[in-house]
Write a protein that binds this ligand. Sequence first.
Ligand SMILES: NC(=O)c1ccc[n+]([C@@H]2O[C@H](COP(=O)([O-])OP(=O)(O)OC[C@H]3O[C@@H](n4cnc5c(N)ncnc54)[C@H](OP(=O)(O)O)[C@@H]3O)[C@@H](O)[C@H]2O)c1
Length: 242
Amino acid sequence: MTDSNRIALVTGASRGLGQVIARVLAARGYGLVIGGRDRAALDAAAASLSQHTSHVVLVAGDVTDPAVRASLIEASLALGGLDVLVNNASELGGIGPLEAFDVPRFGRLFPVNVGAPMVLTQLALPLLVQRRGLIVNITSDAAAAAYPGWGPYGATKAALELLTRTLAAELKGRGVSAVLVDPGDMRTRMHQEAFAGEDISDRPLPEVTIPFWNWLFDQDPDTITGERFAAQKEEARWLQQV
Ligand SMILES: NC(=O)c1ccc[n+]([C@@H]2O[C@H](COP(=O)([O-])OP(=O)(O)OC[C@H]3O[C@@H](n4cnc5c(N)ncnc54)[C@H](OP(=O)(O)O)[C@@H]3O)[C@@H](O)[C@H]2O)c1
């Protein structure tokens, strides 16, 4: 199957990293389903993607909403199926010490950052299995680093990492692969939210990860399942490619 017959679903594709991933996939000829809550931002993202691919469908809404998740999968099916699911949409939930953390806020953070990727995976599996599909879950170094103030967000990413590795093990031999990608620090709205009032102009734009994405989507999914990649890691395989 050529890339022009392939279809990808990217959550949180209205800006930041998700928009860059969607652009890479569109440039490779993928049909795309893109998600995010802000319809105007999604409209703009879809218009820009349609320079590369004639098949872009947007689904506006919150990833925690079951109807939105069902629409994302239905839109993929309407395009013909699903090859790649990128669970990118995520919320930071505020930065601050655990002693002052409003614990009930886990009730928002876990459903967005962990529950939604898992449910979307469950809904997407019947489509992915037909096309030797790939699930890409976006993580962070905060999943392991114990940065002061980042505990709740980091905990959601740590949970996502364990679940993704478990999923990869469970799906082995069934023709669906799952990987983790830590994109590294990037100058996006979420990063600015984390460093409120600070100058983050020394951080690279999310476009810095483009060589990684092109490398990843060239791989046979079976050969990389269960792996965790750091998209900006120096001397990485993808950066060595000309
Ligand atoms: N930036 C960094 O330095 C960095 C570092 C490590 C990992 N990451 C990870 O990279 C991924 C992308 O982050 P980013 O920096 O590109 O963030 P961003 O610029 O804030 O973009 C987040 C995207 O997700 C969407 N989104 C957020 N919550 C959503 C929800 N509940 N339902 C549907 N869509 C939602 C946003 O659109 P709406 O707000 O319109 O819904 C937007 O399209 C995240 O998984 C993040 O954890 C980022």
